[in-house]
Write a protein that binds this ligand. Structure first.
Ligand code: NA7
Length: 537
C-alpha cells in the first residue's frame, strides 16, 4: 500500500524454539544481522504452545538444555524431567542471559514466503502485515507445530468444551466434571495422568495402546548439579557424537551375545535407570530382529501388566501379543499412567473394536450405539509432524511451487537441510534429518552449527547462492528409505512414517543413522558443496 515498511536482514529465522534461539545466537557470533519471526508471544516453541495439563519433557536433565556455559552456569533444574512451567522460566533465563528477544518479533505468524531470484532474496510476510527480506532463510519451525484435528462426524455440534492439547485453555475447569481424552501418545499419557486425578469421570479413547516406559522422576538438588557442572562441557560435546544425543553408552553387537541371565540382569538395570535408558542404552537389534523385539516386549509386559488390577483393562493395555513392534512408535514416559487408567472413575474405549461414530451436542456416540456424555473433550491427537510447519507457510520457491506442492508425493530434501528450488534456505529440526530419534537440544545445536558454517562459507568464498540438486535429493531420500526398510519401522503406522495423517505419503521422515553420522555427512558436503548448484557473485 506504499506505507508498508520492509525490513532487510542478512538472515531471517522462522521460529523461536530451541532451533531459532540457537541460530540467532550463533549468527550473532558471525556478526550477521539476524532476526526471528515467532508465531507465539514468547520464546520456547513447542513449550510455548503445549499448554495441556502435565506437559513435561521426556529427555532428562542434564541433556535437555543448551550447552552454552553462560546459560547453564547460573541455572539449576528442580526435577530430572522438568515440566512445561519450568521450561518456560528457563527460556526467560536464556533470554535474559543472551538478550535474544530484542531480535525477535513475537505474534508474527508467517503466512507467505516468496523467492525473489533476481535480487537473491527471500521475502517474508506475516498474518498481521509485517514484511521482511533476507539473503538467507532459516526455517526452525519444529516437528510438532501444526495440530492434527481429526474430522469426526458432527464434531462441530458438541456444545461443551472441545480442545486440542496444544491449544489448551488456561482455566479448563475439569475438576469434578466428565472428560474425554482421545489419544494415547506422549500427550495423551501425560494429560490422562493429570485429568484422572481431578475429573469425576474420565473416558480415554485409545486406537493404539502405547508401550510407555517408566520415567522414574525425581527431584534434583542444586548440590548435585553444581558438582556435575564441572563435567558439562565435555558431556555436551560428547552427546553430539552419539546417535541419540543422550549421553548413554550403547552396547555394540546383539542381545543374543548374552545368555538369559546376563540379559535379564542388563535389562533390569536399564529399566531401573528409567526414562529412555531401556531402549536407548540397549542393544539395537530389537529394531531389526523380530525375535529380539518380542523379548523386549515381553520384558515390558512382565513389568507393566501387574500394575493393572482390572483384568479387562490389563488385557487391552498389555496384550499377550505386542500391538506393534516395540520402538516402532515412540514410547512415552509415564509416572502413574497405568494406575490412573486402572482407577474406577476411568473408562477405556478401544477404538478398533468400537470406533467413534459421531459427536452430539453433549458427547460421543460409538459404534456400539452408546452415547457417552462429557463436559470437556480433549483431542490429544498429535500433529502433522515433521512437515506440517513447513507446508503450512505458503512458501514458494523460485519456480513458484509451494513446499506443499513440491512434497505432495513425498518429502525431498538434500541432507534434510536444503530444498531444490529454494536457494539459500536451510531447515533446522525438519524432515529427513535425525530429528525424531534425538534429544532435541543436542541435535538442534549440532545441526545449527552446520547451517551456520554453510552460511559462513558462502560469505567467505563469494558464493551468491547454493541450491539443492534434485538428484542429490533423490539419493538422500533413497538412502533413508533403504535404511528404514532394513528395520521394523515401516511395518507400523506412526508419525515417523507420516501414517498418522490421512492422505499423507507413507515414508520414513527421519534419517536413521544418528546425530554423529549425520553431521559427518553434512560436513563432507560442506567441504565440496556436493549435491548443490553453486552460483558465484
Ligand atoms: P502422537 O504421538 O501422534 O499421538 C496421537 C494419539 O492420538 C495417538 O494415540 C493416535 O492413535 C491418536 N489419534 C490420532 N488421530 C486419531 C483419530 N483420528 N482417531 C483416534 N485416535 C487418533 O501425538 P502426541 O501429541 O501424543 O505426541 C507428539 C510428540 O510430541 C511426541 O511423540 C513427542 O515427540 C512429543 P494411533 O497411535 O495413531 O492409533
Amino acid at each position: 500500500n506504499g506505507h508498508s515498511h520492509t525490513n532487510t536482514y542478512d538472515v531471517l529465522i522462522i521460529g523461536a524454539g530451541f532451533g531459532g534461539c540457537y541460530s540467532l545466537y550463533k549468527l550473532r557470533e558471525l556478526g550477521l544481522n539476524a532476526h526471528v519471526f515467532e508465531a507465539g508471544s514468547y520464546l520456547g516453541g513447542v513449550w510455548h504452545w503445549s499448554t495441556y495439563p502435565g506437559a513435561r519433557v521426556d529427555s532428562e536433565i542434564p541433556y535437555y538444555q543448551f550447552s552454552m556455559p553462560e546459560v547453564w552456569r547460573k541455572w539449576n533444574w528442580s526435577e530430572r524431567f522438568p515440566g512445561r512451567e519450568e521450561i518456560k522460566v528457563y527460556f526467560k533465563h536464556v533470554d535474559h542471559t543472551l538478550r535474544l528477544s530484542k531480535d525477535v518479533t513475537f505474534d508474527a505468524t508467517v503466512n507467505r514466503v516468496e523467492r525473489d531470484e533476481a535480487r537473491n532474496r527471500w521475502k517474508v510476510w506475516t498474518e498481521n502485515g509485517i514484511e521482511a527480506e533476507c539473503t538467507y532463510l532459516i526455517c526452525a519451525t519444529g516437528s510438532s507445530y501444526k495440530p492434527n484435528f481429526p474430522n469426526f462426524k458432527d464434531m462441530h455440534k458438541f456444545k461443551g468444551q472441545l480442545v486440542h492439547s496444544c491449544r489448551y485453555p488456561a482455566n479448563p475447569n475439569t475438576k469434578g466434571t466428565r472428560v474425554a481424552v482421545i489419544g494415547a501418545g506422549a500427550t495423551g499419557v501425560q494429560c490422562t495422568q493429570e485429568i484422572a486425578k481431578e475429573a469425576s469421570q474420565l473416558t480415554v479413547y485409545i486406537r493404539t495402546a502405547s508401550i510407555s516406559l517408566p520415567m522414574f522422576q525425581r527431584p534434583l538438588t542444586e548440590f548435585e548439579q553444581r558438582t556435575n557442572k564441572s563435567m558439562y562441557a565435555g558431556l555436551f560435546a560428547r552427546c553430539k557424537q552419539t546417535k541419540s544425543g543422550l549421553g548413554y553408552d550403547q552396547p555394540a553387537g546383539s542381545v543374543f551375545d548374552l545368555n538369559d541371565e546376563e540379559r535379564e540382569e542388563l535389562w533390569e538395570h536399564l529399566w531401573e535407570r528409567g526414562g529412555f535408558n531401556f531402549n536407548q542404552a540397549n542393544y539395537r537389534d530389537f529394531l531389526v530382529d523380530p525375535k529380539a523385539n518380542e523379548m523386549m516386549y515381553r520384558f515390558w509386559a512382565k513389568k507393566t501388566g501387574p500394575r493393572l488390577k482390572n483384568l479387562e483393562k490389563r488385557a487391552f493395555l498389555v496384550p499377550d501379543k505386542a500391538p506393534f513392534a516395540f520402538g516402532t512408535k515412540r514410547s512415552s514416559l509415564e509416572q502413574d499412567y497405568y494406575e490412573c487408567l486402572d482407577q474406577d472413575n476411568v473408562d477405556i474405549v478401544d477404538l478398533k473394536a468400537n470406533p467413534i461414530e459421531r459427536f452430539t451436542e453433549t458427547g460421543i456416540v460409538g459404534r456400539d450405539g452408546v452415547e457417552r456424555h462429557f463436559d470437556t473433550i480433549v483431542l490429544a491427537t498429535g500433529f502433522d509432524a515433521m512437515t506440517g510447519s513447513l507446508t503450512s507457510m505458503n512458501l514458494r520457491g523460485k519456480d513458484g511451487l509451494t513446499i506443499q506442492e513440491r512434497w505432495k508425493d513425498g518429502v525431498f530434501t538434500h541432507l534434510g537441510m536444503c530444498i531444490d528450488g529454494c536457494p539459500n534456505l536451510f531447515m533446522v529440526y525438519g524432515p529427513q534429518a535425525p530429528t525424531a530419534f534425538t534429544n532435541g537440544p543436542t541435535f538442534i545445536e549440532a545441526q545449527v552449527e552446520v547451517v551456520v558454517d554453510f552460511i559462513k562459507k558462502l560469505r567467505s568464498e563469494g558464493i551468491r547462492s547454493i541450491e539443492a540438486q534434485r538428484e542429490a535429493e533423490v539419493q538422500w531420500k533413497q538412502a533413508i528409505q533403504d535404511a528404514n526398510n532394513k528395520t521394523l519401522l515401516p511395518l507400523t503406522d506412526s508419525w515417523y512414517m507420516g501414517a498418522n495423517i490421512p492422505g499423507k505419503p507413507r515414508e520414513q521422515l527421519n534419517y536413521l543413522g544418528g546425530i554423529q553420522q549425520y553431521i559427518i555427512d553434512c560436513r563432507e558436503a560442506l567441504e565440496d558443496l556436493r549435491g548443490f548448484t553453486v552460483v558465484y557473485n
